[in-house]
Design a protein around this ligand. Structure first.
Ligand SMILES: Cc1cc2nc3c(=O)[nH]c(=O)nc-3n(C[C@H](O)[C@H](O)[C@H](O)COP(=O)(O)OP(=O)(O)OC[C@H]3O[C@@H](n4cnc5c(N)ncnc54)[C@H](O)[C@@H]3O)c2cc1C
Length: 417
């Protein structure tokens, strides 16, 4: 059986950044396995700009951002395999993959980094009422058809869900000549970044229907119409129905971290993030298996993915050098009022060598509030926040000194000022 120091599963921005970081700090035998025919992951279909302001201090397109990492990988000599899909992994760090070239292969590593990204929720997942004609697809699928294969999937388009992919596709379809009739969002606020609402909808006069959802799909072979209704707390309000003639309905209703193989291996999953529960070193509950990027929690910006994956890579180096403490000296972080999740979910005090960053999302829109961090009912730290929204990932920094006052679990909540 072929053996490696590290196997990285997924060759998107997280996988590339983690592999390069490990290679930078330690001479190791690394293998990146990517199921697609090219490296770069989701970035390859995101041809708009807006990537890399933090990491490269430049505004790049997705493929340009990916290219920088792919070039570096090629120069580094790190081994990678394309069209190679991992089908299973085991707690002893055996990894099984299938590739057209090699067939079914089992290999082994000392450490594994999970960087499989995420997938889009589909029509089946949101129980759309009405018929099932063609012309209904996820916004990401439409993006791939348009930006990679060169097909415009429809002429009269409506978008359900105001996630970033939907917003970006509203602008993209409009620029390619489609009539983008509107975007509907069941929640009273958008699921996308503010800048995308302005640059992708407002600038093109595309209406955004908040607190609205599709209550009927009409059409035999191809979708012909939708009925859109206003909702009150997710329940459609009678008499508010509007009819739109369309030939395409794009869904941008959420991304789910891709953790089928993680769960089958016994990795514990956070019910909110749908990603693995990790510690301060991005290590899962299974010794030597790490996770970062969108497979861990859905990120807004690729730069955050890169930064997180570099940190995970540094932790993998420590693990290989046997300097990562594996004892169970844990502080658990709990999301309190107004907070939907926190990553990492637990912190091993023995591994705290520098300040720690917590990533979190809030449950609703808030103005003039503060994050309050408490341990055993004692306030450890507060951070004032002018505006918070679920679409925007928040970052909170804790210094090592802060942990001197912490001797039990931490609760992080949103409180009014
Ligand atoms: C439409 C869209 C627009 C965006 N716009 C911006 C923007 O303007 N600015 C910005 O900064 N960020 C943006 N982002 C966010 C950013 O691009 C992503 O957060 C980031 O690229 C995710 O990287 P990743 O490596 O975690 O996941 P991915 O890029 O999804 O990579 C995961 C890789 O793993 C592979 N894989 C999965 N399962 C397996 C398996 N079993 N075996 C082998 N390989 C596997 C996949 O094929 C994929 O290549 C956008 C994201 C999307 C989707």
């Amino acid at each position: 059986m072929r053996e490696y120091d590290v196997i990285v599963i997924g060759g998107g921005s997280a996988g590339l950044a983690a592999a390069l970081e490990i290679n930078k700090h330690r001479k190791s035998k690394i293998l990146v396995l990517e199921r697609d025919a090219e490296l770069g992951g989701i970035l390859q279909q995101c041809i708009h700009n807006g990537f890399g302001l933090k990491v490269f201090k430049e505004e790049l397109t997705g493929p340009e951002y990916a290219e920088r990492f792919i070039n570096e990988l090629n120069e580094s000599g790190i081994e990678y395999k394309l069209s190679s899909m991992v089908t299973r992994m085991h707690p002893d760090k055996r990894v099984e993959y299938a590739s057209a070239e090699e067939g079914f292969v089992t290999i082994k590593a000392k450490a594994i980094v999970l960087t499989m990204g995420c997938y889009e929720r589909s029509a089946g997942a949101i129980s759309l009422p009405g018929k099932r004609p063609s012309g209904i697809m996820t916004a990401g699928a439409a993006q791939k058809y348009l930006n990679i294969d060169g097909y415009l999937v429809g002429k009269n388009v409506f978008i359900l869900g105001s996630g970033d992919i939907g917003l970006i596709m509203a602008r993209r379809m409009k620029l390619e000549g489609a009539n983008v009739i509107g975007v509907a969002e069941i929640l009273p606020f958008s699921g996308g970044l503010k800048r995308n609402i302005v640059q992708c909808l407002d600038d093109y006069d595309i209406p955004l229907y908040l607190s609205h959802t599709v209550t009927e799909i009409i059409g035999e072979n191809r979708i012909e119409k939708i009925i859109l209704s206003e909702v009150d707390n997710f329940v459609p309000i009678k008499g508010t129905e509007k009819e739109f003639e369309i030939d395409t309905l794009l869904l941008s209703v959420g991304l789910i971290p891709e953790n089928g193989i993680s769960e089958a291996c016994g990795i514990k999953i956070d019910s909110k993030t749908k990603g693995p529960i990790v510690n301060e070193s991005y290590q899962t509950n299974i010794d030597g298996i790490f996770a970062c990027g969108n497979v861990l929690h859905v990120h807004d910006l690729v730069d955050f993915v890169t930064e997180e994956s570099r940190k995970a890579g540094q932790a993998v180096v420590k693990y290989l050098d046997q300097t990562l403490d594996q004892s169970e000296n844990y502080i658990t972080l709990h999301p309190g009022e107004g907070v939907s999740y926190i990553v990492p979910q637990r912190i091993n005090r023995n591994n705290l060598t520098k300040n720690i960053e917590l990533f979190l999302r809030v449950t609703g829109e808030f103005k003039d509030v503060k994050f309050v961090i408490k341990s055993a009912n004692k306030t450890i730290k507060t951070f004032k926040k002018k505006h918070l929204a679920p679409a925007e990932m928040e970052k909170v920094k804790l210094k090592i000194e802060d942990f001197e006052n912490i001797d039990s679990d931490i609760i992080l909540s949103v409180e009014v000022l």
